[in-house]
Write a protein that binds this ligand. Structure first.
Ligand code: HDE
Length: 744
């Protein structure tokens, strides 16, 4: 009797002792829920085979459809209810499955089981998103990107719900609804979609000095990533790791992409939003399909509790970062994303993250933004799923068994057996019972907390500008220029002159006088006459010009190269980069194939682009298949372009506006361009200016200037290939931006 009851309480009806933990655990668990339609008849939801799915049941061939048609009604009802409310923020996202594996044991700092053994691969599901746009909005808008990871660990699910930017806009969750309202389309006309470039956001920002640091990040190129595979991720808040002995260590979490951190340029991002609104989604999907598995290293900054107050900012303030120059990153392990979801809705749309999903060995801190999130995420899922049973959906289930007495409710999936649904009980043998700490029962970190009940912000949260200034000062010249241009765009769209003035004088001038002056010039505002008197403002009273002393003098840095993508280029790999090869009939087969082979060997993906799809014939009669016609593609969809020789091919392309536009635009976007023999003539027919090209008659001379690699003599291509591949590895050749303007 006792035994029977015991079994009945096992909600997953799985025996934990037979549970085998490995990377495939999630897949096996999901398989139970998947249908394989091969060789099957179509049925109703009740499993009844359908005989006709094209015609509704009518009274005679031309008569009315009748209510009785339960097959039609089932189909229509299911269709009518196919969507659930989209996420209020991060509505547009894409996701992938994979695994995480630590490089070594981290037992010294945390008892989290998935961080103990380098042989254990923990399944993960990662959702990458934009924040502001609605579900159908374009991928390449200027925005923060969400980076949410669900680890299906042996201890239960752990969610690391981060962003691709290290600080956040606000310090206290209380302001989140205002922030999001101001960012979202304006309420009277619902414009603009997926963009902060409108009055209400900048009005709000100009009154919230605490936003300054984050503004620098969202105005930088990090807000327009080249790929989800090429952006960093940050946990933002300070969390706590706890080891077996109960010792806590503050931890900042980072994801580092192994392909390096790279961005688009703004003009390109805007064009992509129209030419391929699915740019980031497609890139992620295709990379996984092709076996170019995205890889990220999890890194940590570990801070001993005794050092909590040793910085010139508060570790609990989410608008601050811990500069890597003060606390270096340690590489924890690697995440590989190797499987696309089988069904977007069931997995990507229904996955439900929650920063409060932590496992023994990981705990939260008192960061007031994080504290607010601990409430919001479950609340938001209830709004989306209309049921607390969202945790039982396959993508949200842990891979370890769940035993509890959580009750019924909409869409309950598990069939609980037996009569025992309460605790304490004796009739069920007292099971399930609580787990002691030694058995990995979750025990909260025992932090001592004392104080008055107040609505106030700590004085240690008051310095809003120092880290914004640090960010600005740490940028390369090109990156600074891009921030100024981004502000010209964003504030240039603001109608209210007052808001523009306040942004320049109250926010930007406190970050950098040079920045404020440069921005003012582009947005019709008089530049501030002198640098701001004080860099520290009292947030609580907004722009009240209160000058207070720095309250937490401690460790800081003047320059943080780690903040700059350009100053810390981590790789020159060209793996998975897309190269357009422009040809027409009469191209040089030998040149095309030699360069294509060299690129492919390095992991890049060369694609043939021509006027029409179909076959194109080389000068010596060989045919190659066109991957994309000009009408279906554009230079913004490639990382580099290559033009092989062949007189007829080049002469034909000289007359094609699409080709000339392709070259001009790639040049304007600072992309590497390679051309061989007659191909160099095509470059001369375009509008590219100010770079030296290989001259006619000078055989064998390789000219490589600002990422434009040309050679006239095609007899030995190894020199060309090496230089061209190196140019692609540099990502963009920014020096062109200063030298010349190309109409494109
Ligand atoms: Fe979120 N956030 N957030 N957020 N957030 C949501 O939860 C919220 C914040 C982040 O791919 C929502 O399931 C509040 C910081 C990501 O499904 C919602 C506050 C960071 C995702 C919510 C924050 C994030 C969300 C909407 C301030 C980076 C997408 C849908 C107190 C560390 C997860 C949902 C996915 C999603 C609330 C601030 C990251 C409304 C109240 C800081 C990556 O609950």
């Amino acid at each position: 009797m006792e035994d029977k009851n015991k079994k009945g309480q096992n909600l997953n009806q799985k025996d934990s002792s037979s549970f085998k933990f490995d990377e495939d655990a999630k897949k096996r668990q999901l398989n139970d829920y998947m249908e394989n339609p091969a060789g099957q008849y179509i049925t109703t939801d009740q499993g009844v085979r359908i005989n006709d799915i094209d015609n509704s049941l009518k009274v005679g061939e031309r008569g009315p459809t009748i209510m009785e048609d339960f097959i039609f009604r089932e189909r229509m009802t299911r269709f009518d209810h196919e969507s659930i409310p989209e996420r209020i923020v991060h509505a547009r996202g894409s996701a992938a499955h994979g695994y995480f594996q630590p490089y070594k044991s981290w037992a010294e700092y945390t008892k989290a089981k998935f961080l103990q053994d380098p042989n254990i691969k923990t399944p993960v599901f990662v959702r990458l998103s934009t924040v502001i746009g609605s579900r159908g909005s374009a991928d390449t808008v200027r925005d923060v990107r969400g980076f949410a990871t669900k680890f299906y660990t042996e201890d239960g699910n752990y969610d690391l719900v981060g962003n691709n930017m290290a600080p956040f806009f606000i310090q206290d969750g209380m302001k989140f609804p205002d922030l999001v309202h101001a960012l979202k389309p304006e309420p009277d006309n619902e414009m603009p979609q997926a963009s902060a470039a409108h009055d209400t956001f900048w009005d709000f920002a100009s009154l919230m000095p605490e936003i300054s640091h984050m503004l620098m990040w969202v105005l930088s190129d990090r807000a327009i990533p080249r790929s989800f595979r090429m952006m960093e991720g940050f946990g933002v808040h300070t969390f706590r790791w706890i080891n077996k002995e109960g010792k806590g260590t503050f931890v900042k979490l980072h994801w580092r992409p192994l392909l390096g951190t790279h961005s688009l340029v703004w003009d390109e991002a805007q064009k992509l939003a129209g030419k391929d609104p699915d740019w980031l989604r497609r890139d992620l999907w295709e990379a996984i399909e092709m076996g170019d598995y995205p890889e990220f290293e999890l890194c940590v900054q570990l801070i001993d509790e005794k050092d909590e107050h040793s910085f010139d900012f508060d570790l609990l303030d989410p608008t601050k970062i811990v500069p890597e120059e003060l606390v270096p990153l340690q590489r924890v392990g690697k995440m590989v994303l190797n499987r696309n979801p089988d069904n977007f809705f069931a997995e990507t749309e229904q996955v439900a993250f929650h920063p409060g999903n932590v496992v023994p060995g990981i705990d939260v801190t008192n960061d007031p933004l994080l504290q607010a999130r601990l409430f919001s995420y479950i609340d938001t899922q209830l709004n989306r799923f209309h049921s607390a049973n969202f945790t039982e959906i396959p993508i949200n289930r842990p891979v370890v068994p769940v035993h509890n007495f959580h009750g019924a409710g909409f869409m309950k999936q598990t069939i609980n057996k037996g009569k025992i649904n309460y605790t304490p009980n004796s009739l069920g043998g007292g099971y399930p019972k609580t787990a002691p700490e030694e058995e990995n029962g979750y025990v909260h970190y025992q932090e001592k907390v004392e104080g008055h009940k107040i609505r106030k912000r700590s004085k240690s949260f008051q310095d809003h500008f120092s880290q914004a200034t640090l960010f600005w000062n740490s940028m390369s010249q090109v990156e600074q220029k891009h921030i100024v241009k981004a502000l010209h765009f964003e504030l240039g769209k603001v109608q209210s002159k007052e808001v523009r003035m306040r942004m320049v004088n109250e926010i930007l001038n406190n970050i950098s006088h040079e920045l404020a002056t440069k921005v003012a010039m582009g947005i019709g505002i008089d530049p501030p006459s002198s640098p701001a008197a004080s860099k520290v403002k009292d947030t609580a009273e907004n722009v009240k010009k209160a000058v207070v002393d720095k309250v937490t003098p401690g460790k800081s840095v003047e320059d943080s190269p780690a903040l700059s993508m350009e100053r810390t280029k981590k790789t020159d790999s060209i793996k998975s980069r897309k190269v357009a090869i422009l040809i027409d009939n009469g191209f040089s087969y030998q040149e095309l194939m030699a360069v294509k082979k060299a690129l492919t060997e390095k992991g890049a993906h060369p694609k043939i682009v021509s006027m029409y799809r179909g076959m194109v014939k080389s000068a010596d009669g060989q045919e190659v298949e066109v991957d994309k016609s000009h009408i279906t593609t554009d230079s913004v969809m490639y990382d580099a372009i290559f033009i092989p020789g062949g007189k007829d091919s080049v002469e034909a392309m000289k007359k094609q506006g699409d080709v000339l536009h392709f070259i001009n635009e790639a040049f304007k976007h600072c992309k590497p361009i390679g051309a061989l023999s007659d191909g160099v003539d095509l470059l001369m027919s375009s509008d590219i200016k100010g770079v030296k090209l290989a001259e006619m008659g000078k055989k064998g001379e390789l000219v490589n200037e600002d990422g434009v690699v040309t050679i006239r003599d095609a007899s030995d291509l190894s020199q060309f290939n090496t230089a061209f591949i190196e140019a692609i590895g540099q990502h963009r050749h920014w020096m062109r931006e200063d030298k010349m303007e190309v109409p494109a």
